[in-house]
Design a protein around this ligand. Structure first.
Ligand code: PEP
Length: 252
């Protein structure tokens, strides 16, 4: 069954101590609000994963990495492999965040390699796609997103594809305070689900969670999440404050 998901992308923020404190606060707020209809995921920096994996034990929170290497092992100084992530038993890996595409030159070809490695290890990818402002202004955002999807997750086998969580993140909305309107989000999420229907059929399409990301916060989450094709959010800035993150998770 399709899941509602709220995933926090901490990016390069928080020391380990601060991260432990944030998770403790999230855990205590969740138990007060009795959140049950949503899967909560935190994606802290690599250095924090082991410690925070222990911190979330026996809670409803799952944990993911923000990235992984496109190679499985070897002479790749500074990289972290999927096998290493698997060895500490994490659940998810974010693949193709726009910051990785823009600042680290991650191409669709690289992302497809990562997707295959993640899925073959039994971890679950949160795959990001989305257009930049000039593409939205030129009215080519549907085409851009279609190409990003066709070059990557549509090249996976159906069995692998079914495990992917998609995050539509218009780049112009990430960290800018400018959110897509509820209508803009629904329109493109529906478009993505229709593409999946054409490619893999309506049963697969109805099972895939499609998250919205881009300045989603405690104030606008409810309006975004009420859309039939918006199954939650990938949250950057607002995931760094426990009260905001839990409020977003209570917005279904
Ligand atoms: C993100 O980094 O995935 C994101 C959506 O960031 P923000 O919520 O800060 O816009």
């Amino acid at each position: 069954m399709r899941k509602n998901i709220v995933a926090g992308n901490w990016k390069m923020n928080k020391t380990i101590e601060e991260g432990v404190q944030l998770v403790k606060e999230i855990k205590s707020l969740i138990s007060e609000k009795q959140i049950s209809s949503v899967q909560l995921i935190i994606n802290p920096p690599f250095t924090h994963l082991s410690v925070l994996k222990n911190e979330i034990a026996n809670s409803v929170i799952k944990i993911g990495a923000q990235n992984c290497s496109y190679e499985s092992s070897g002479a790749y100084t500074g990289e972290v492999s999927v096998g290493m992530l698997k060895s500490i038993d994490i659940d998810y890996v974010i693949i193709g965040h726009s910051e990785r595409r823009a600042y680290f030159n991650e191409t669709d070809e690289i992302l497809l390699k990562k997707l295959n490695l993640v899925l073959e290890s039994g971890l679950l990818p949160i795959f990001c796609c989305g257009e930049v402002l000039s593409q939205r202004d030129a009215g080519i955002h549907f085409e851009v997103v279609r190409q990003q999807i066709e070059n990557t997750i549509f090249k996976l086998s159906e069995d692998k594809f079914k495990k992917v969580v998609i995050a539509y993140e218009p780049v112009w909305a990430i960290g800018t305070g400018r959110t897509a309107t509820s209508e803009q989000a629904q329109e493109i999420h529906k478009y993505i689900r229709n593409l999946i229907t054409e490619k893999f059929g309506s049963t697969v399409a109805s099972e895939i969670s499609i998250l919205y990301g881009g300045s989603c916060n405690a104030q606008n989450a409810k309006e975004l999440f009420q859309n039939p094709d918006v199954d939650g959010g990938l949250i950057g800035g607002a995931s760094l404050k426990a009260a905001d993150f839990v409020q977003i998770a209570s917005s279904f």
